[in-house]
Ligand binder design. Structure first.
Ligand code: FAD
Ligand code: NAD
Length: 468
């Protein structure tokens, strides 16, 4: 390999945004290089979506067997108390990660995109250097027509509670070598509740400290109530409206309660999960002087930045920081660069929180629709009236639909309940295809499924639900 090479599209970052852009550009015959500094698959496959869902599944299985061992199962199942070989659990999770990240490299190759390992530093809007990737082990210079920034995000560190020792981020929490007796989770958002719940199911004592007055504050309160109830039942202590102050000399977590009193909470480990921020530093991005929107790179509806032929996708381009949004943007940029006319205008981007029960939000909530001045029809159907939910021993939660009052066009869905993550597909498809309440009500839904609650929510909004 010479020390200077040229390409049409150069992608910095091999996460879901960057690798999908690489695959699609390769399919379209665009000469493409993807530079990845750590491991293909990015946060999502290595230290995010996939390993967290694997750990959540392992914890659920363990908790299920433990509940049978307690001898209280109404199903009449009893077993011996379970034991956990944590190293084996983590190895199983790592195996899934390895399979998927290996798959990304293979897919890039199959589609003709080149993957280069190394840390990219921007020279100018058409040139990047990758340390150690040159022929002689020196820097490789890559010149491109189009530069795509897909550098993702970094975890937010609290200055008064820096990472190190017992203070860990989600990355360490996903590869435990031993389980803490007591885990304190700072931040009752996505990561804090997904991983906090998993650790509780694995037998740890868990306390969640959340600054706002309720958990998952980004979602509406009614939707998160079943999650709060379940956490309480599971024995997770949730301290809302509490602010974190730092560590005491003895290593306890100092927090301030809503009345202004200072408490010291003992813990073996403290997981800080207070958000992520776009990764815009450490690779000379500032030299391009791109317009920013807050801390994120500002983009238009084709993911163009303020500099010609420089594009940005995924977490580095701001909220919502979700893998499927990064992938959709990566595909779009590849198509636009290849000459296709595309705009990023999804009718909705689904969001799923893999708590127990799971939460799904797609499109507008009743309050959001009202805030936009839209007159709505809304209705919910509880899983307590759904046979499949009963057979799964999970009748908590509901499906809610939001539709425009005048023409019944569906604007949003919200759901909380067991396995509702899988309903998100039906929700987003109905919105993307412009379905009305009558379309959903008139579709035959298979029985017995949780999906029947989707049809019943639509029927109920029309005033003639059948099972309630
Ligand atoms: P990333 O996946 O962060 O990839 C960016 C890549 O760029 C990284 O591999 C990085 O090494 C590389 N890079 C950065 N700078 C350079 C450089 N200068 N040179 C070379 N390489 C560079 N989202 C969901 O939708 N569902 C979930 O269930 C979910 N769970 C999550 C759980 C956890 C614990 C975490 C932390 C996140 C989770 N997310 C989830 C969020 C999701 O991981 C991100 O939204 C997604 O990975 C963003 O994709 P991306 O391509 O923008 O960036
Ligand atoms: P988050 O924004 O979901 O939650 C952070 C929480 O921390 C909020 O509730 C916030 O009020 C609270 N907080 C902030 N500062 C605090 C402080 N000083 N003390 C106590 N609480 C404080 O962020 P996250 O959980 O770190 O996740 C980061 C991002 O990763 C998410 O926003 C999401 O985009 C992505 N993610 C998605 C999924 C999923 O799709 N299932 C799962 C995990 C992560």
């Amino acid at each position: 390999m010479s020390n200077t090479i040229e390409t049409q599209l150069l992608v910095i970052g091999g996460g879901p945004g960057g690798y999908i852009a690489g695959i699609r550009a390769g399919q379209l015959g665009v000469k493409t290089i993807v530079v990845e500094g750590v491991n293909p698959g990015g946060t999502c496959l290595n230290i995010g979506c996939i390993p967290s869902k694997a750990l959540i599944h392992a914890a659920e299985e363990f908790a299920k067997v433990a509940s049978y061992a307690a001898g209280t199962s109404p199903l009449g199942i009893s077993v011996q108390a379970p034991a956990l070989d944590l190293a084996k659990t983590v190895e199983w999770k790592a195996g899934i990660v390895k399979k998927l990240t290996g798959g990304v490299s293979a897919l890039l190759k199959k589609n003709g995109a080149q993957l280069i390992k190394g840390w990219a530093t921007i020279v100018d809007g058409k040139t990047v250097e990758v340390a150690g990737a040159g022929e002689d082990g020196g820097a490789l210079r890559i010149k491109c027509e189009h530069l795509l920034l897909a550098t993702g995000s970094d975890v937010v560190e609290l200055p008064f509670l820096p990472f190190g020792g017992k203070v860990i981020s989600s990355t360490e929490a996903l590869s435990p070598t031993a389980l803490p007796k007591h885990l304190i989770v700072v931040g009752g958002g996505y990561i804090g509740l997904e991983l906090g719940t998993a650790y509780r199911k694995l037998g740890c004592e868990v306390t969640v400290v959340e600054a706002q007055d309720r958990i998952l504050p980004a979602y509406d309160a009614e939707l998160t109530k079943p999650v709060a109830t379940h956490l309480q039942k599971a024995g997770v202590k949730v301290l809302t409206s509490h602010s974190v102050l730092g560590l005491s000399d003895g290593g306890a977590l100092r927090v301030r309660d809503p009345d202004g009193n200072e408490l010291a909470l003992d813990a073996d480990q403290i997981l800080v999960a207070v958000g992520r921020r776009p990764k815009t530093d450490g690779f000379n991005l500032e030299s391009l002087g791109l317009d920013l929107a807050g801390k994120a790179i500002k983009i238009d509806d084709q993911c163009k930045t303020s500099m010609r032929n420089v594009w940005a996708i995924g977490d580095v381009a701001g909220e919502p920081m979700l893998a499927h949004r990064a992938m959709a943007q990566g595909e779009l940029v590849a198509e636009v660069v290849s000459g296709k006319k595309r705009h990023f205008m999804p009718a909705a981007i689904p969001a799923v929180c893999f708590t127990d029960p799971e939460v799904v939000v797609v499109g507008l909530s009743p309050d959001e629709a009202k805030a936009q001045g839209i007159e709505i029809k809304t209705s919910m159907f509880p899983f307590a009236a759904n046979g499949r939910a009963m057979s799964l021993e999970s009748t908590d939660g509901f499906v809610r639909v939001v539709a425009r009052a005048n023409d019944h066009r569906i604007l949003g869905w919200q759901a909380v309940g067991v396995q509702v993550s899988e309903l998100s597909i039906a929700f987003v498809q109905s919105i993307e295809m412009g379905a009305t309440l009558e379309d959903i009500a008139g579709t035959i839904h298979p029985h017995p499924t949780l999906g029947e609650a989707v049809q019943e929510a639509a029927l109920r909004a029309l005033g003639h639900a059948l099972h309630i």
